[in-house]
Design a binder for this molecule. Structure first.
Ligand code: ADP
Length: 512
C-alpha cells in the first residue's frame, strides 16, 4: 500500500496547528499517525540515503510528540487531575506504534537513536483497564455518559477527552444519566457541584465544543450500538458461519495463551453473500453473544457523510474499539469503499478512508493480549468490487448463502413464533415453495401473510368502523391461503445469475 507523502505533510501540519492552538490531545493523535505513516513508508524505501533522511524526520516528529505530551502532562498536573493525565492512549494503540511511557521506561524509547527500525512494531504493553465488561454494563455506561465513563475505568482517550475535562458536561446531555440509576445521578450532581476541581474520573464527559465534536457525536449516535439484542437463536440456520465467528472471537478470549504468534486472532472476517441473508444479524449476534462492544458502521457513511473528517473518524473508531475491547467493528457494504463510481472527489475520499482503514487493520491484534481482541467484521453483496489490499486484510472470507430447505423452515418458524397459526398450515410445504428466496424475502412473505386476514376484515370499512374493531376480530390465525397470496405478491430478490457470480468469487477467493 502506497503511503502518500502529501498525507504525511498534511497530518504533520495539522498536528502542529493543533499543538499551537493548545489542543494537545488532537495534536498527539496527528503526531502518532504521522510517525506510523513514516514507519510504513520506510518499509517501502530501499535507497539508504533516502531511508536515513526519513528516519531523521521520523525522529524529529517523535521529539515533537514528546514535547507536546510533556506540555499536556504539565497542564493537566496544574488542574490537580494527575490521575487522569494519561494522554492519548498509545499503550493500546498498536496502530500508532505504541509510542508510550512504557517504552520510555525501558530506556529504549522509539524511534531509537540508532537508525535501526523494528521489523515488528513494538507490542503495546498491557493496559490498565480490565477486560471489557459485558454488553449490558457497557450499555448503561454509554447511556449515562455517552463516551464518558461511569464505571470507574479510565475514560476513552479520544481527542475530545481532554477538552471534556476542561469544559465539563456536554451540551445537550442533561438527561443522559436517566437510565444509570440513582447512584450515577448522585455522582453526577456531586461532580457538578465540585466543578472541575478534583473531578471524579467517572464523571468525565465529552465536550461538544472541541474540534472533534461532530465525529464524537457521530460515533455515539450512529456507530457505537448500545445493545444489538440479537442472539444466535434469532438467526435461522447458518450454523457454520455462527461457529466460525464464535471461534474467531470467543476462543482467543478463553485461550489467550494459545492464540499467539501464528495463531493470533483473525484481524478481519468478510461475510459475502446475496442481500438479506443475515450478514448484519450475524454481526450483531457476535456482539451480543460474545459480549463484545459493537461498532456498527456503514462504508457509505464513512465516505459520504463525513467527507474530509472520515479518516479521523476511522482512527477514532479503532482507538475506541481498542479501549472497549473486546470489540467488534462491523463494516457493512465494505465494497462501497472501493467504488469507482461517482465523482473524482468521491473516489478520492473513499481512497483516503480505505488507506486509513488498511493502516488501522494492520495495527489490530498485534498485542500480546488476546482478551483485547478487536475484530473487524465486514459484509458485502458485491465481493468482486473489493480490491486486493482490503481483501487481504479480511483474512477469513465466508459465504452466507440463501437458506436451504431446513433453513427456510427455521426462518418460517422464527417469523411465525408469535402469531397464531391455522392447523392446516404446513410449514414444510411453504418452505418448499420458497426455494430461492432470501431470509429477508421470507420475512417479507411472512409479514404479508400475517396481515392478510386483517386486510380482508377491514376491506370496505370506514375509519370509524376500523377503529371499533376488537383485537380478537383482527387477530385471526394465519392460513395456507394467506401464504398463497403473500407468495404471489413477494418475488425473490436474488437471481440465479447473481448466485453464479458468488460461487465463482468464493471458488477463487473464499477461505472458510
Ligand atoms: P444482510 O445483512 O445479509 O443484507 P440482514 O442481516 O440485514 O441481511 O437481514 C435482513 C432481514 O432478513 C433481517 O432483519 C431478518 O428479518 C431477515 N433474515 C435474513 N436472514 C435471516 C436468518 N438467517 N435468520 C433470521 N432472519 C433472517
Amino acid at each position: 500500500m502506497a503511503i502518500s507523502i502529501t498525507d504525511i505533510c498534511e497530518n504533520t501540519k495539522m498536528g502542529r496547528e493543533f499543538a499551537l492552538l493548545g489542543n494537545y490531545e488532537t495534536a498527539l493523535v496527528y503526531y502518532q499517525g504521522v510517525v506510523q505513516q513514516i514507519h510504513r513508508l520506510l518499509q517501502t524505501i530501499s535507497d539508504a540515503n533516502r531511508k536515513e533522511r526519513w528516519q531523521e524526520i521520523q525522529q524529529q516528529i517523535a521529539q515533537e510528540y514528546e514535547a507536546v505530551k510533556d506540555l499536556q502532562t504539565v497542564l493537566l498536573g496544574f488542574k490537580g487531575d494527575r490521575h487522569n493525565t494519561r494522554p492519548i492512549n498509545t499503550r493500546h494503540s498498536p496502530q500508532f506504534g505504541g509510542i508510550s511511557d512504557d517504552i520510555n521506561s525501558d530506556g529504549d524509547y522509539w524511534p531509537p537513536s540508532s537508525p535501526r527500525e523494528p521489523d515488528v512494531w513494538p507490542a503495546p504493553t498491557p493496559v490498565e483497564h480490565k477486560p471489557g465488561p459485558p454488553v449490558k454494563q457497557r450499555q448503561s455506561r454509554r447511556e449515562s455518559t455517552s463516551l464518558g465513563n461511569k464505571s470507574g475505568r479510565e475514560s476513552y482517550p479520544s481527542a475530545s477527552r481532554s477538552s471534556a475535562v476542561k469544559s465539563g458536561p456536554k451540551k445537550g446531555q442533561n438527561n443522559d444519566t436517566k437510565s444509570s440509576g440513582n447512584k450515577s445521578t448522585d455522582q453526577r450532581k456531586k461532580s457538578e457541584s465540585i466543578g472541575t476541581d478534583k473531578e471524579e474520573p467517572k464523571e468525565r464527559k465529552f465536550d461538544c465544543a472541541g474540534p472533534d465534536n461532530e465525529l464524537v457525536e457521530m460515533l455515539e449516535r450512529d456507530i457505537l450500538q448500545k445493545n444489538p439484542c440479537t442472539n444466535w437463536t434469532d438467526i435461522a440456520a447458518l450454523e457454520e458461519a455462527k461457529h466460525l465467528l464464535e471461534e474467531a472471537v470467543v476462543l482467543p478470549m478463553w485461550m489467550p495463551d494459545y492464540f499467539k504468534g501464528i495463531r493470533r486472532p483473525w484481524k478481519g472476517v468478510l461475510m459475502v453473500g446475496p442481500p438479506g441473508t443475515g450478514k448484519t444479524m450475524l454481526a450483531k449476534a457476535v456482539a451480543t453473544e460474545c459480549g463484545t462492544t459493537f461498532f456498527n458502521v456503514s462504508s457509505s457513511t464513512l465516505t459520504s457523510k463525513y467527507r474530509g473528517e472520515s479518516e479521523k473518524l476511522v482512527r477514532l473508531l479503532f482507538e475506541m474499539a481498542r479501549f472497549y475491547a473486546p470489540s467488534t467493528i462491523f463494516i457493512d457494504e465494505i465494497d462501497s469503499l472501493c467504488s469507482r463510481r461517482g465523482s473524482d472527489t468521491e473516489h478520492e475520499a473513499s481512497r483516503r478512508v480505505k488507506s486509513e482503514l488498511l493502516i488501522q487493520m494492520d495495527g489490530i491484534n498485534n498485542n500480546d493480549d488476546p482478551t483485547k481482541v478487536v475484530m473487524v467484521l465486514a459484509a458485502t453483496n458485491f465481493p468482486w468490487d473489493i480490491d486486493e489490499a482490503l481483501r487481504r486484510r479480511l483474512e477469513k472470507r465466508i459465504y452466507i448463502p440463501l437458506p436451504n430447505e431446513d433453513g427456510r423452515e427455521a426462518l418460517l418458524s422464527i417469523n411465525l413464533k408469535e402469531v397464531e397459526k391455522s392447523p392446516a398450515l404446513n410449514i414444510n410445504d411453504i418452505a418448499l415453495r420458497l426455494d430461492g428466496y432470501s431470509g429477508a424475502d421470507i420475512t417479507n412473505v411472512c409479514r404479508d401473510a400475517c396481515m392478510m386476514s386483517m386486510r380482508r376484515r377491514i376491506a370496505g370499512l370506514t375509519p370509524e368502523q376500523i377503529r371499533s374493531l376488537s383485537k380478537d376480530e383482527l387477530d385471526l390465525p394465519v392460513s395456507p391461503a394467506d401464504f398463497e397470496e403473500a407468495i404471489r405478491k413477494v418475488n425473490k430478490s436474488v437471481s440465479a445469475e447473481d448466485l453464479k457470480k458468488y460461487d465463482k468469487w468464493m471458488a477463487e477467493y473464499g477461505s472458510m
